[in-house]
Design a protein around this ligand. Sequence first.
Ligand code: IPE
Ligand code: IPE
Ligand code: MG
Length: 246
Amino acid sequence: MGYKEQIQQDRIPRHVAIIMDGNGRWAKRQGMARMFGHRQGVETVHHITEAAAELGISYMTLYAFSTENWNRPKDEVDALMALLVDTIAKETPTLMKNNIRLQTIGDLSRLPQVTRDNFMACIEETTKNTGLTLVIALSYSARWELIRATQKIAAAVKEGEMLIEDINEEVIGGYLTTSNMPDPDLLIRTSGELRISNFLLWQLAYSELYFTDCLWPEFTPEEFYRAIVDYQHRERRFGKTSEQVR
Ligand code: IPE
Ligand code: IPE
Ligand code: MG
């Protein structure tokens, strides 16, 4: 039996977050330049997004470019920014066909104007879609996000709009870029690295973590279903005892 058939429809995660890693290593294994891996990675995004939409997942957040990725060689950064533009142009019909709404999180002010404009146009075009919300984390890092939230909260207190005593989990969550979504139920990271790399630090507090050696360009829908099945066999206790949550 394939993994898809093992998925329990009543336990589909509401929000899946993915650290899409391993494009460069995959390309190197084929004797190709890193960009070859990034282009193949876009194909994986296409297939996994369609699979997620079909499963009825509500939110999927993909880590596409981190704050720290700005420190890569300029050639790679420039080529990635151009690839994002091509991808949006090519994939907007796929989003429309599958009723998928696009969103972004991150410091978009650092993106080249044309990249930002393309994302904005696609977000606008897909805004009324009611299926999967696909969130692309772009120029995103959790520490960037937490600094920004802290600054906004401090400003609100200073302006007398909020009392220090009023700051709680909901308030902090409301100042994050993910304020309109539930926390991820499941985090997947490909390529065998066992780290978070500055992704969604607050939101992942109680997420189930799934690591696979599979490199992102070779991550198939079947591997994705496998991660979902694995998730569905975990007992999420949220600090309680097993007896309490059963
Ligand atoms: C992930 O693949 C994509 C981005 C971070 C943009 P990498 O480019 O990090 O691939 P590896 O880790 O070098 O193999
Ligand atoms: C994490 O991958 C960021 C993205 C997938 C966009 P990296 O390849 O940048 O992570 P590190 O540097 O190996 O931790
Ligand atoms: Mg990497």
